[in-house]
Design a binder for this molecule. Structure first.
Ligand SMILES: [Zn+2]
Length: 425
């Protein structure tokens, strides 16, 4: 099968390529990148007029609900949503039921992913059952296909356990992804602690719950020379601490999620549980700091923390509703609208966070456009508007505070391993 992408503006953050040219794909591989590649016969043409042509997007933080809650989202179903959203690779968090803490379960995820359209990389648990006590068998899990470790959803409260995990991360050269939350401080909290939580009478989560844990984990990374990746950074204070770690050349990287550069805790009054997430939405100062952190490169990655919940679960009273929102389908629209259009990011700067940067952290050989590379490619029309409504969202779960909003940035094509996986056939 031969594919020719024509007339697009090709953006490759790794090589800093930003130029109008065509891309020829044969048997799953990029074979030519050039201006005006001749159209041979029996070739499928993809017209990328008015579009940017990007390396296939990578999301290093999604929660598909299989095993355990296939009624909410399956691995194949989540992968389909990801393909529609422009993603060609995702990493699944292990906080399913059961928790992904054995080689058999890692292999199960990979097996289930085979019936989906894109690449799925399992992240395995740091501790058995993510209970924070006994370390999982990291070597065996890596052998099964795990590419990183996290007890996401929960912190590893015990510092000695985290120390050991980081020591192993160095040995195996894989990142430990920390869900940084001092749950003794955040316990029972619903939203960011501040004026809005006082006004709404809801128990707050101080940003210090996040910052204290980030500081601890950075100190443990210094002690062990282990590889630390900090998930879903939401506060300015967290970034100040991470900046110090990077100045000292520690092996520390971090991610934020689109909602932290798009919304503040003002959204809780309007959207209630639909804007309830952990860590919580913060203040305008924090949001601005997140945007600047992305601009300077202090923040390495944008990951969605895609967390589907059924509507009857999410529509409970805010105190009882689960944390988390879906994130895949709104990611490109928010990156284009908030970062590129409103804050003047160039495409290279914005999209390195969802292509080459996560690939470097995870050791995935993807995320760039080059002759000879596997053809994972995403095509986006940045001038085209999308309305986030029930037609646009194909996820079974519609738990998002962006419902009804209009953004720029339509994913027109997703090509994975040389095959068009979106639009669906
Ligand atoms: Zn988390």
């Amino acid at each position: 099968m031969t594919l020719l992408i024509k007339n697009g503006r090709v953006i490759d953050p790794l090589s800093k390529l930003d130029r109008y040219c065509d891309i020829l794909i044969n048997e799953g591989t990029i074979v030519a990148i050039d201006t005006n590649i001749k159209q041979q016969r029996n070739i499928q043409i993809v017209d990328a007029q008015d579009c940017i042509v990007l390396p296939g997007l990578v999301d290093m933080h999604v929660h598909f609900r299989e095993p355990g809650r296939e009624d909410v989202e399956t691995i194949a179903g989540g992968s389909t949503v990801a393909a529609k959203s422009g993603y060609t690779s995702v990493c699944t968090m292990p906080n399913t039921n059961p928790v992904i803490d054995s080689q058999a379960l890692v292999r199960y995820i990979k097996k289930q992913a085979e019936s989906g359209p894109i690449n799925v990389h399992p992240i395995a648990a740091i501790t058995k059952g993510s209970l924070g006590e006994e370390l999982s068998e990291m070597g065996e899990l890596i052998e099964g296909g795990a590419i990183a470790f996290s007890d996401d959803g929960k912190p590893v409260l015990n510092s000695t356990t985290m120390r050991r995990a980081l020591e192993y991360s160095r040995m195996f050269n894989v990142p430990i992804i920390t869900h940084a939350e001092d749950s003794t401080l955040s316990s029972g909290g619903i939203m960011n602690e501040g004026n809005n939580s006082i006004f709404l009478g809801l128990k707050g989560i101080p940003k210090e719950a996040e910052e204290i844990m980030i500081a601890r984990d950075i100190l443990l990374a210094r002690l062990t020379k282990g590889r630390l990746h900090i998930a879903h950074v939401s506060s300015k204070g967290s970034l100040d601490i991470i900046a110090m770690a990077k100045q000292h050349s520690l092996s520390v990287t971090c991610e934020t999620a689109p909602h932290y550069f798009s919304l503040t805790d003002d959204a809780i009054a309007d959207h209630l549980a639909m804007a309830k997430m952990n860590p919580p939405l913060r203040t305008e100062d924090d949001r601005k700091a997140i945007i600047e952190g992305l601009r300077t490169g202090l923040i390495d990655v944008i990951a969605t923390d895609h967390a589907p919940h059924l509507s009857h679960e999410k529509m409970q009273e805010i105190v009882f509703a689960p944390f988390g929102i879906i994130g895949l389908e709104t990611a490109v629209p928010l990156i284009i609208t908030i970062l590129v259009k409103e804050n003047g990011f160039d495409y290279l700067q914005a999209f390195e966070k969802v292509t080459i940067n996560p690939c470097k952290i995870l050791g995935i050989n993807r995320g760039y456009i080059k002759e000879g590379a596997i053809a994972d490619i995403t095509i986006v029309n940045p001038g085209k508007k999308v309305i986030v409504d029930n037609n646009f969202i194909i996820s079974r779960c519609k738990n998002t505070p962006f419902l009804g909003r209009e953004f720029f940035g339509l994913v027109t094509h997703t090509i994975c391993n040389g095959k068009i996986v979106y639009p669906f056939r």
